[in-house]
Ligand binder design. Sequence first.
Ligand code: COA
Length: 255
Amino acid sequence: MTDLVKIELIDNIRVVTMNRPDKKNALTQDMYAVMADAVANADEDPQVRAVIITGVEDIFTSGNDLNDFLKAPMDDAETPVWRFLRAIATTTTPLLAAVNGAGVGIGTTMLLHCDFVYASENARFHLPFINLALVPEAASSLLLPRCAGYRKAAELLMLGEPFDANEALEAGVVTAVATENSELEMAMATARKLAEKPPSALRQTKALLRGESQSMAERLKAEGDEFKVCLKSPEAKEAMTAFFERRPPDFSKFS
Ligand code: COA
């Protein structure tokens, strides 16, 4: 168990707070494990009517810990990160996010699995996979074109440039932009409304909105297979080493 993720129950709402600010909330395997359980167990706990994921200080999350990417290439479908992805993709409990700062990598892709996303006006989003010589994950290659359209998805995933809260709103990645750091308050207000709805009809409504789950499961697997190959590539090693050496990567030697 790690104390780098805080779990609270407030008014039947499970609030999951990523809490590793010194490393910009980079997610370790232990953190994913706690978050996977927090989301998956909510489905079995009648007390939990909604789950909110949020961050601390000025950071939502900088995504997967790049040290883990360098040394532990997610070979096994039971790794915590896979359990977390499956949990957010299949949960029947309403899932919300309050994005209080930068959300990088999975910090952006996890939002595509949320039913409601409230972002601070200072929030920043980034899908940097291509810059790290990786492919999209969390079924984002399926879900982003669905919400943003192909043109926007290609721009965000093939150029890998950061975007702000208003652009995320236009792309359908967030529900609303909050002023004066009220994103968690907004998420709580919506979660409280959801908590008063008839739970079974709400779960069915969510399932109908999400559509059939087979294509999502297939895409998660296809992306995962490719991601694992990429993680072991010299291009990815160069990209991640460059990050820790605080220099731009040099891909000119690769064909
Ligand atoms: N994995 C591991 N460590 C990370 C990290 C990550 N994903 N993101 C940040 N850190 C660490 C930094 O190495 C640094 O550690 P140090 O203080 O021991 O040197 C610390 O967190 C602070 O990061 P820093 O880059 O100095 O903060 P910043 O405010 O200038 O920038 C970000 C914040 C999030 C924009 C930047 O850290 C970043 O781009 N991180 C990498 C994101 C990424 O590529 N994620 C993987 C997605 S697939």
